[in-house]
Write a protein that binds this ligand. Structure first.
Ligand code: ADP
Length: 651
């Protein structure tokens, strides 16, 4: 600073002090920026505490810088300071800092707020500065250059505005905060210093009378250093506190984030569990609905089906029966469970049938069985029943009243038997002549032997030996005749089907006797090839004879026109599986019907006097014995086969 030689006091600067003041300004700025972040991060009372502490530290910093700046200026006269004004300027500095921190720590900062904040802050700083100058007590008076004062106030304003914006920007914790804050603090510190020194430059001191030194103190270099040290301690303390708080808040934030992450994770898990639960609920609901539907379906079946349904418990008690059961048998659901009633004794008065029932239920194989059941009103009905075992050990039985069906079946069977007999009788018509011839021969022999015996006896000298021989022949022929007649009678007889264990070879031989004459008349050579190790079959002798006669007579018919080869009819028996196979083979015209199967159709015939029932009836007879009858082309002629199982009926 230039001080005019004569009038003004010439001052000089202690540049060491200037440097220190700038350093304090930068440190205070750094603290201010730092604290702005803390104030922002806090809320409520803590915010107020930070604001107060921050304002104090920052105010002290700016104030100390100012003091330092003043003390760096040496005048050739002793200078003392009016300490109350000094202290008041400290208060002003603190208030200005409070305003600055308050504005910078707001959520948002608009241009208007920034401007108002800057005006207040700059007014505070300028006020503090000029109050500080006003506290000077020296034998001189200060004159101020209006221009430099204005410049200094303007500096204060610009500095405040820049500082506010910087503080606002820097309050968030980012990676570059420390270097940036350091840079900003330097800029701010330099601005504060510039303001201060331009303010200092605005004053010139003119020597005058000694000042009023009441309340004035001189600041020794020692006190000066003390102020600096205390200020720095305050600033450092503020920064350390801020840093600790920041770390703590960072930690709190980290913990918060961790907590949030965990909460989010947990929420996600819960959401997943929730979702799985919801899905399970939906699934369960669907299953329940399906089960309900199924139950309804089963319920409807149980109630509406025209079939008897009953459940027999593990302990053998009849537990549940459906409406059809109740309708058919006449007992209600409640009645069957009445303690005193033995429902099985009611249903099966015949112990034998009851036993059959128990056995069938115990086995529960699902096979159909015919049961005779007594209904409540006394009638006995035929029931086809089947029982199956359920997983809980009980048995489910279903049954159908087949009384009517059985009656129809029986009538049908009778009709079929009658038809078979009629065709048999018709068939016999063809055989009558040859059978008559068959009987005639032995009958003639009987007559001749009879006459011979008579003559011998009446001659007076009978040759007894010859007579005996003749009578023996008569007996033999009589037996032959009787056998033929009894077979014919058997064929014509109306009789119930009679299944016995029989030797099929015997049946073949019997038939060959009956057809012998017919074959001979047609020049047919009948050959038997019978396996001697055949199992017996369960069958009706007459029906099987009828089948064989049909096949043989058809073969003889088919060979009627054959002149160029021997007419042979082979009757062969074989063991077959668990039964027998019989083959009837001729050397006749063969079957020219296409398909061959047609010849088995009822009323199919190629003969002028034919009826076309022989093969159809034969097939139904064989099938009713559990066997099969079919035809194949021979070379020449035709081959007919039929099988019979040894263990009786399989159908
Ligand atoms: P019908 O003898 O009254 O005609 P069948 O049912 O016994 O009735 O025979 C039906 C038809 O099958 C016969 O008309 C004949 O055409 C044919 N048929 C049966 N047996 C033989 C055979 N051994 N050779 C050739 N054709 C046969």
């Amino acid at each position: 600073m230039f001080i005019s030689a004569n009038i003004e006091l010439t001052g000089s600067y202690d540049y060491g002090e200037v440097g220190r003041s700038v350093f304090i300004a930068i440190a205070a700025s750094y603290a201010a920026l730092d604290l702005a972040g803390r104030v922002t991060a806090a809320s409520g009372r803590i915010r107020a505490a930070w604001l107060t502490g921050g304002a104090a530290a920052m105010g002290i910093g700016i104030w100390a810088m100012h003091i330092k700046g003043m003390l760096a200026f040496h005048l050739p006269v002793p200078v003392e300071y009016h300490w109350p004004t000094f202290l008041a300027s400290l208060l002003v500095a603190m208030l200005a800092s409070a305003v600055a921190l308050y504005v910078a720590s707001r959520q948002k900062i608009g241009m208007v707020e920034a401007l108002i904040g800057s005006v207040i802050m700059s007014a505070g700083i300028a006020g503090m500065h000029y109050m500080g100058m006003a506290a000077m007590r020296l034998p001189a008076i200060a004159r101020f250059s209006l221009l430099l004062v204005t410049i200094s106030v303007l500096f204060a304003f610009i500095f405040s505005l820049v500082a506010l914006m910087m503080a606002f920007d820097l309050r968030e914790e980012t990676r570059w905060t420390v270097p940036r804050r350091l840079g900003s603090a330097t800029v701010m510190g330099l601005a504060v210093s510039a303001m201060h020194y331009s303010g200092m430059a605005a004053a010139t001191f003119i020597p005058a009378s000694p000042p009023d030194l009441s309340y004035a103190v001189s600041i020794s270099p020692f006190a000066n250093s003390g102020i600096a040290i205390v200020t720095l301690i305050v600033i450092v303390a503020a920064m350390v506190t801020s840093s600790v708080d920041r770390r703590a808040s960072v930690e709190v934030q980290r913990l918060n984030q961790e907590l949030e992450r965990r909460v989010a994770e947990r929420t996600l898990q819960l959401e997943e569990v929730n979702q799985a639960l919801r899905k399970e609920i939906v699934d369960r609901k669907r299953t329940e609905d399906e089960l309900k539907k199924q139950k309804e379906v089963f319920q409807n079946i149980f109630e509406d089906i025209p079939v008897m349904i009953g459940f027999v418990g593990k302990d053998g008690h009849l537990e549940l029966v459906n409406p059809e059961w109740q309708r058919t048998l006449g007992w209600t659901q409640e009645e069957i469970r009445e303690p005193g009633l033995d429902i099985y004794a009611e249903l099966f008065p015949d112990p034998e049938y009851r036993q059959v029932f128990f056995e069938v239920v115990a086995a529960s194989t699902g096979e159909w069985t015919d049961l005779k059941v007594k209904v409540r009103e006394g009638r006995v009905i035929d029931v086809a029943a089947a029982f199956v075992l359920l997983s809980d050990g009980s048995s489910l039985g279903i049954g159908k009243d087949i009384t009517e069906w059985k009656r129809t079946q029986a009538a049908l069977q009778e009709a079929q038997d009658n038809l078979a007999r009629v065709t048999r009788v018709i068939g016999m018509g063809e055989l009558v002549a040859s059978i008559a011839h068959e009987i005639n021969q032995p009958l003639t022999a009987v007559l001749m032997n009879g006459n011979f015996s008579l003559r011998q006896i009446t001659s007076g000298m009978p040759n007894l030996e010859e007579v005996q021989k003749a009578i023996a022949e008569i007996v033999e022929d009589g037996n032959r005749i009787s056998a033929v007649i009894s077979r014919v009678r058997g064929l014509l007889k109306k009789g119930a089907v009679d299944r016995v264990r029989l030797d099929i070879n015997e049946v073949i031989e019997e038939v060959s006797v009956l057809v012998r004459s017919e074959a001979a008349r047609n020049l047919v050579h009948v050959r038997l090839e019978l396996d001697t190790a055949l199992p017996r079959v369960l069958g009706d002798r007459v029906q099987l004879q009828q089948v064989l006669i049909n096949l043989v007579m058809n073969g003889i018919d088919a060979m009627g026109a054959v002149t160029d080869r021997t007419r042979t009819l082979n009757l062969t028996s074989f063991p077959h599986g668990n039964g027998v196979l019989v083959r009837v083979q001729d050397s006749g015209s063969g079957i020219d019907t296409d398909p061959v199967e047609r010849i088995f159709e009822p009323f199919f015939t190629t003969k002028p006097q034919g009826i076309g029932m022989g093969l159809s009836i034969s097939r139904s007879i064989i099938e009713s014995h559990g066997g099969r009858l079919w035809a194949e082309p021979g070379s020449p002629g035709a081959i007919f086969y039929f099988t019979l199982p040894a263990n009786g009926m399989t159908v």
